[in-house]
Design a binder for this molecule. Structure first.
Ligand code: AMP
Ligand code: TRP
Length: 335
């Protein structure tokens, strides 16, 4: 049987290079393989942190436009908005019975958010990993292309699935794996070298978005942190410099990367030249995607059709899983 792939992104704004190299690039590669692919926009997840209706609408559209511009093809993948598949919310309810308060409180993403919000943190954030597990298990997905920051959430999905299977003595739910073609999961650094590139970074200038204009990309890279030029041959790179080099590895020719890497190791690197080259290569790499973003943004009719068709395909699959789960749980009375 074909394996099933599921992944998604929160509707909290435009996609950046972290979303692209951490996840979207694999979404596109996987749809070309003999796999059953589902990709969605996690609008319910974004309600855990923001309640601005206009912004929600805008973000859902942006993520869909970005998906299509990156190369997701509605003929090959089911592309849908989470809230169009209400079956997910029923599964979320069932899975909540298999999630322990203690383990939810220990989740890194929850701990980080509760530091700033304290006791007024909402229960949606606490059960965020349960909703994510429901997204995955509703399709009984095997492979989940995500960046490194999602590793722990995937582990929790496996825990909930195993508990369900164990309690009901079944093997109905699979053990989904985070997937990056056998390689380490990716983490793209923020341009200041502190933590991952993220949509919620207070400083927007630390992320490069897929639709950033060339001038903006040049300015952001120029301002990116590098620090002093190296003083001892082959010294270790600072996280910020390492981050820029790993971007170069992704967007530039191999010989460009090795040239600057040798220059660094020989302590003769000129950061101005290095960043100039990196900026040009990012500009060039994303040019076709920038163009497509403009095209798709202007075509609401097409976006509606893609999301409706995608939701229909996703619902069919979701209903089949849910039917099986209801039977296992015993929700089939008076028949
Ligand atoms: P989010 O925007 O947080 O919903 O993330 C959507 C997808 O992008 C997930 O698969 C994340 O793991 C991935 N992602 C987000 N930021 C990064 C990053 N800086 N590096 C690698 N992957 C990332
Ligand atoms: N939690 C993911 C993130 O913040 C988004 C997400 C929600 C997701 N549900 C998912 C990713 C299911 C993969 C599978 O990036």
């Amino acid at each position: 049987m074909k394996k099933t792939v599921l992944s998604g992104m929160r509707a909290t704004g435009k996609l950046h290079l972290g979303n692209y190299f951490g996840a979207a690039i694999n979404y596109v590669k996987m749809q070309e393989e003999d796999l059953n692919c589902f990709y969605f926009i996690a609008d319910w997840h974004s309600l855990t942190t923001q309640h601005d209706s206009a912004l929600l609408r805008k973000s859902v559209k942006e993520v869909l436009v970005n998906y299509l511009a990156c190369g997701l093809d509605p003929e090959k993948s089911s592309i849908y908005v989470q809230s169009d598949v209400k079956e997910i919310s029923e599964l979320y309810l069932y899975l909540n019975m298999f999630a322990h308060k203690g383990e939810l409180e220990k989740t890194a993403s929850f701990k980080e958010k509760s530091r700033t919000k304290g006791q007024t943190i909402n229960a949606g954030l606490l059960t965020y990993p349960v909703l994510m597990a429901a997204d995955i298990l509703i399709h009984r997905a095997n492979l989940v292309p995500v960046g490194k920051d999602q590793e722990q959430h995937l582990e929790m999905t496996r825990t909930f699935a195993n508990r369900f299977n164990h309690v009901y003595k079944t093997d109905f739910l699979p053990e989904p794996q985070a997937y990056n073609f056998g390689n380490e999961l990716v983490k793209i650094m923020s341009l200041d070298g502190v933590g991952k590139m993220s949509k919620s970074d207070e400083n927007e200038r630390n992320a490069i978005f897929l639709d950033d204009e060339p001038e903006d990309i040049r300015k952001k890279i120029k301002k990116a942190k590098t620090g002093n030029t190296p003083e001892t041959p082959n010294e270790e790179k600072s996280p910020a410099v390492e981050g820029l080099f790993s971007l170069m590895k992704l967007v530039s020719k191999e010989e460009t990367y090795s040239f600057f890497n040798q220059e660094f190791n020989a302590c003769s690197i000129r950061y101005g030249d290095f960043k100039g080259q990196l900026a040009e290569d990012i500009v060039k790499y994303f040019e076709p995607i920038r163009e497509k973003i403009k095209q798709y943004s202007a075509d609401d009719k097409y976006l509606l059709k893609v999301s409706q068709d995608g939701a229909e395909k996703a619902r069919i699959n979701a209903q089949a899983s849910l039917k099986g789960m209801r039977e296992i749980i015993g929700i089939n009375y008076f028949k």
